[in-house]
Design a protein around this ligand. Sequence first.
Ligand code: MG
Length: 447
Amino acid sequence: MKQLFGTFGVRRVANQVLTPEFASKIAAAYGTKVKGTIAIGSDPRTSSEMIKHAVTAGLLSVGCNVVDLGTLPTPAVQYAVRQYYDGGIMVTASHNPPKYNGLKLLDKDGIGTPDDLEEEIEDIYFNDKQERVSWSQIGKAYKRNITDEYINEVINRVDSEKIKEAKLKVVIDCGSGAACDTTPYIVRKLGCEVTTLNCQPDGAFPGRNPEPTEDNLQDLIQVVKAVGADIGIAHDGDADRTICIDENGQFVFGDKSFALVEKSMLEKNNGGKIVTTVATSNAIRDIALENNGEIILTKVGDLVVARKLQEINGLFGGEENGGLIFPDFVYGRDSGLATAMLLEILATSGKPLSELIEELPTYYSEKMKIECADDKKTIVAEGILKETTDYEVDTTDGVKIIVDDGWVIIRPSGTEPIYRCFSEAKTPEEAKRLVEFGMDLIKKYLD
Ligand code: MG
């Protein structure tokens, strides 16, 4: 059982738990296992520079060389590692509030480190087994700017002429996070008229909270409407997620933009394997079926989706939170290419975003949660399984009960003492009925 690592690296309050000493020790443990040349990057948090120096010292002390890529999106670091390096560490707390920071550790393909490697790193960390090298073997540190290369790689992957012809008006809200030097420049190079909002890197995140929820994107919604933009684009703090706003100022849920890009990828490639999680909308399945695609469902989590895409040579994957994965580019959620693909879809279709969204299959969802002590979680899960023998059930992650044109998934949280229940159906009433059915099942085994 891992003690330090969560679903993607380590995340703690900066300088309280995540001190320079802590970061340096983890980096040295990681470097002991991975060796070679390690790329590092960060988001613009107030603590990022301090932690990056500590990470660098830890890596050098075990003989690794360190390439500092500066402030840039997590996917740009993932791209660089896959192309050139033996591993990578991104200093970021993703969408968490400003006081947090964290370390996303990458393997040589630029995917978040797997569980077995993280367990080995923890073993080295807790037992002080870092292999410090002699004075003459200490690594070397240097800087490299990969940002322009990343931007150009994104642009090369879309029909830039078509996008230029469309003369789109785009508002970009980087939330003062890691995409300030990438997304606005990608979009400008694609010939769009760009209005920026919160595109000065600032670790205090003065404009908005780094998580791109509808509540946090109210300024972007207003600006899209005020300037008459075709689309608004927003990212989270480390710019691996992409959320958009349509030309009417409507927030577009992540599963909708996922479905749009999926459709385009399948059409362009004449089908392919699409990977997503068991908690993603049936719209993704429907589009795959209509467009010669094959759908593969995994446990919840972007790293699981990325790994599956690599394993089966998949075409495209993602999650409902605006994380889109293009495995021939980056084995992780990418913001630059997601943005460019959305612009390409607008340009080639010639239709407004709201109309494209309306053409997608419609499903309604409901979410509920209930407190459940950690030691009761297994009893509840076993009870639910016994109750549902008459149904089609998928146990890839939690218990997913599948009915005609809908489902309900019941999952214990991995980090909190709660159970989550999430349903989807063709009508709002049916979605509500299914979520209540799921909640009743949990309650039955709670006491
Ligand atoms: Mg993120």
